[in-house]
Write a protein that binds this ligand. Structure first.
Ligand code: SF4
Length: 246
């Protein structure tokens, strides 16, 4: 029997961001906006701000059906300071739609405590908050905060992976559902070394954590040789490595 894959939807409730750490240097939001002449540093609410609670005119049903996986805030950072005035309303919508699953990725996990609603408790079952760590320095700063944070579902995103990261000190098997690794894409991309990917994988294997090698990035080093990988092959080449762990 085939596994049932939930349908998914992108919910970019605000747009624009402020660069924070090394992983932001070639941010895809900035790259995309530049082509369209948009200033990414100006953060604005989008027209789809209230998408989760939008209803069909005739039937009155929600437009987004129950069970949908909602990728949340992928053209900004949900915990960005500039979005503070809008976040309470965003939480309200997520609370109302506990029949959906929300997934967001942040580099600002250190702001979670001041940004969650009063009834957050140990986190909401239907909300996954992933934390990005692009190098050892950011792992050492963010992971202790992330580990202690009240979040029901956690995933560590090492993307763009900019150097080796030792996850061993963080006992990820006790609290992380998955580690994702990937290189950087676009012009001027920094290289990603397969050895760094493998060492993350080995730590996941040791600690019983799912591992997903998502994409190689544009400049990929394997066995000491640098390969330039076209965008359309970056995901498939990673898949071909066959190193994912369930
Ligand atoms: S936090 Fe994310 S969206 Fe914001 S600048 Fe950095 S990479 Fe871009």
């Amino acid at each position: 029997m085939n596994a049932i894959i939930p349908s998914s939807k992108m919910w970019n409730l605000w747009h624009g961001c402020r660069k924070l750490s090394a992983g932001c240097a070639h941010c895809y939001v900035y790259r995309g906006d530049e082509k369209r002449g948009i200033d990414s540093a100006s953060v604005v609410k989008t027209a789809s701000f209230d998408a989760p609670i939008a209803r069909k005119k005739r039937s009155g049903e929600y437009k987004i059906p129950a069970g949908t996986l909602v990728y949340t805030c992928f053209t900004s950072d949900f915990f960005l300071e500039e979005a503070d005035p809008w976040r309470a309303e965003a939480w309200d919508m997520m609370r109302e739609r506990s029949d959906l699953r929300f997934l967001m990725i942040t580099k600002r996990i250190d702001r979670l405590a001041e940004c969650v609603p009063a009834d957050w408790g140990d986190g909401w079952e239907h909300v996954t908050i992933c934390c990005t760590v692009e190098n050892q320095d950011r792992a050492d700063y963010r992971l202790p905060i992330y580990r202690a944070a009240p979040i029901k579902h956690k995933r560590i995103i090492c993307e763009p992976l900019l150097g080796p990261i030792d996850l061993a000190p963080y006992h990820i098997g006790e609290w992380t559902e998955q580690v994702v690794a990937g290189g950087e894409s676009g012009a001027g991309a920094r290289s990603c070394n397969f050895d760094w990917v493998m060492s993350l994988r080995e730590e996941c294997a040791r600690q019983g954590v799912s591992f997903w090698f998502k994409q190689t990035g544009a400049q990929f080093v394997k066995a000491g040789k640098l390969y330039t990988i076209p965008r359309r092959l970056q995901h498939s080449q990673a898949r071909k490595a066959g190193i994912n762990l369930p």
